[in-house]
Design a protein. Structure first.
Length: 354
């Protein structure tokens, strides 16, 4: 039975959320569609480009994402305190980039006449400010544009997405870590890629490429390389390295000390995801390396069952993910008497508010 969105997310809520949107019926978002006999691989770039664009407009951070063949995963952090600190002009310019007025108008440009009119309308400006921090409006901006482009390409009309996006609150750092790993390893679990670093349209792939790019640029600088005297091959290598670094710049940082969402460094997180991905593909549980185990323990995660948690994450949790105490707090906050969670044996549990 569908659950009202207000029991998971309310406008103005600060938190981290797992959002999923799935294509309707047989439609393929990306990849090769056997039913249609066509390749829609180019649409992956549509999605990543649009998410990246919206991150520059809304007061939200994308922590992880994965563009699959017929659905999209996003782990998003809402930041109402950021939009509250924007000036009226900043709000107006961002809103007009989001809604430029004409579909053929470049979103980066702003009509000065419309800007002045919006600044003069106090009530409208207040509404725009609220929407620029709203998770539902962020997902609307993503889904609507992709649906229009896909329908135009397919010369058809009607629904492209199954419905409004599904949303799950991640109540603690442990749930965020497990969900981010689950999303980042979706291409590996689906058998589309062998390793996380090979994932082209996925957050962990972007982060690993950026890390490699930074290492290549640092090595070039350490070797005393001079770009003015570099060969054409070296220049292409440097351009590729800079491009790799830029791929992940728009993603939210991992380390909490850098304004991120986890109590671990990006290096540790990438090591954890890489190790987990290889064991998922090998279909064996393995043992968490000694240097990674303390990280999971600090996040109050079950070290011995980490692989199982990531692999079965989608079926373990419902509206809210987190430990039992966090589930109770989340239920109490929205006026519910209980939230459901499945244990690792698949049995549903009901956690009531004391």
């Amino acid at each position: 039975m569908p659950i009202a969105r207000k029991y998971v997310y309310r406008p103005g809520d600060a938190g981290v959320f797992h959002c999923i949107n799935r294509c309707v019926r047989r439609a393929f978002l990306c990849g090769w569609d056997d039913y249609a006999g066509k390749s829609f691989e180019h649409r992956r770039e549509w999605v990543r480009g649009r998410v990246k664009e919206l991150c520059g407009i809304f007061a939200l951070d994308v922590c992880a994402y994965a563009v699959m063949s017929n659905h999209v995963h996003l782990v998003v952090r809402t930041r109402p305190e950021v939009v509250a600190g924007w000036s009226d002009e900043e709000v107006a310019r961002r809103w007009l980039r989001f809604c430029p007025g004409r579909r053929d108008q470049v979103a980066a440009s702003v009509d000065e006449a419309r800007l002045a009119a919006l600044l003069a309308d106090v009530e409208r400006l207040k509404t725009c400010r609220e929407r620029l921090g709203n998770l539902s409006w962020f997902m609307r901006g993503l889904s609507e544009q992709i649906a229009r482009r896909a329908n135009q390409e397919d010369s058809c009309a009607g629904r492209f997405w199954e419905g409004r996006f599904k949303c799950q609150r991640l109540a603690d750092a442990g749930a965020v870590a497990a969900c981010m790993a689950y999303v980042d390893l979706n291409p590996v679990r689906a058998g589309l890629e062998e390793t996380p670093e090979a994932s082209e349209y996925c957050g962990v792939g972007d982060r690993l490429r950026a890390r490699r790019g930074r290492a290549e640029l640092a090595a070039w600088k350490a070797s005393g390389g001079d770009e003015s005297s570099a060969t054409e091959v070296q220049k292409r290598m440097l351009d590729a390295a800079r491009g790799d670094v830029e791929r992940a710049r728009w993603l939210a940082p991992v380390d909490a000390e850098e304004g991120g969402v986890l109590g671990m460094s990006e290096e540790r997180y990438l090591q954890l995801v890489d190790w987990t991905g290889r064991h998922l593909r090998d279909d064996k549980a393995g043992a968490i390396p000694a240097d990674l185990a303390p990280v999971l323990e600090r996040l109050e995660l079950d070290v011995e069952n980490w692989i199982s948690t990531v692999e079965r994450y989608g079926s373990l949790y419902h509206r809210v993910a987190g430990n039992v105490e966090k589930l109770r707090e989340a239920a109490q906050r929205v006026g519910q008497r209980w939230f459901r969670r499945r244990d690792r044996e698949g049995c549903a549990g009901v956690y009531r508010v004391a």
